[in-house]
Design a protein around this ligand. Sequence first.
Ligand code: PGA
Length: 235
Amino acid sequence: KMADLKGMRRGRLRLGVITTAKYFASEILGEFCRMYPGIEVALKVTNRDRIVDGMLANEDDLYIMGQAPCEEIEVEEFPVAPNPLVVMAPRDHPLVGQKRIPFSRIAEEPFLLREPGSGIRDATLKAFDAHGLRPKVRMELGSNEAIKHAVVGGLGLSVLSLHSLTLEGTNGPVAVLDVEGFPTMRQWYLVYPKGKELSLVARTFLEFAIASEPRIRTRMESLWPGLQLLLDTGE
Ligand code: PGA
């Protein structure tokens, strides 16, 4: 244990996380860095495809990514937090407040999509596919934040992670629509390539992050009460 503490006094932790994970990774990191002030952290925020590239090139110690870790590489995976995807609209949109909106109704609206390589983009296109529909793509944007602003600007609707509303909540300028089939539940995983030997710092962070799951989940539930039910029934 003494040796452990000594090893944790200084060191580096390199994390590669998908764009939506930045909303909660910083929260976990804040606490981790208070416990271990000597650790230097590098946080790389990028989309799913680039995370996979980073893993293949062994760029970082640990990765946080969404659903179904890749076919390209064998990994060890540990679930860290639920990641609900929701349909977002500007506050003054006529669909706001309506119940059980059919997906086909959403598909009539102009849509904002993330860039190719994004996991959310893939999930969104899959949802359209499942209904035999195609989105009317008004615009492609390279970040969740840019999409939120475009939603507020009235450029279209979009499917994004509920976590992207962490700071402003669900009563702000961006509204969450009650759409049939949503939220789609995704999950975040802490991931590293199978066989990779983790540093002491990386192992400690891994355990710390896994233990933070209930706290992240509680915060998600308080952000949007409807979610609690969904998580409980595991729908
Ligand atoms: P993205 O990742 O930033 O690549 O869209 C989000 C996800 O896969 O859940």
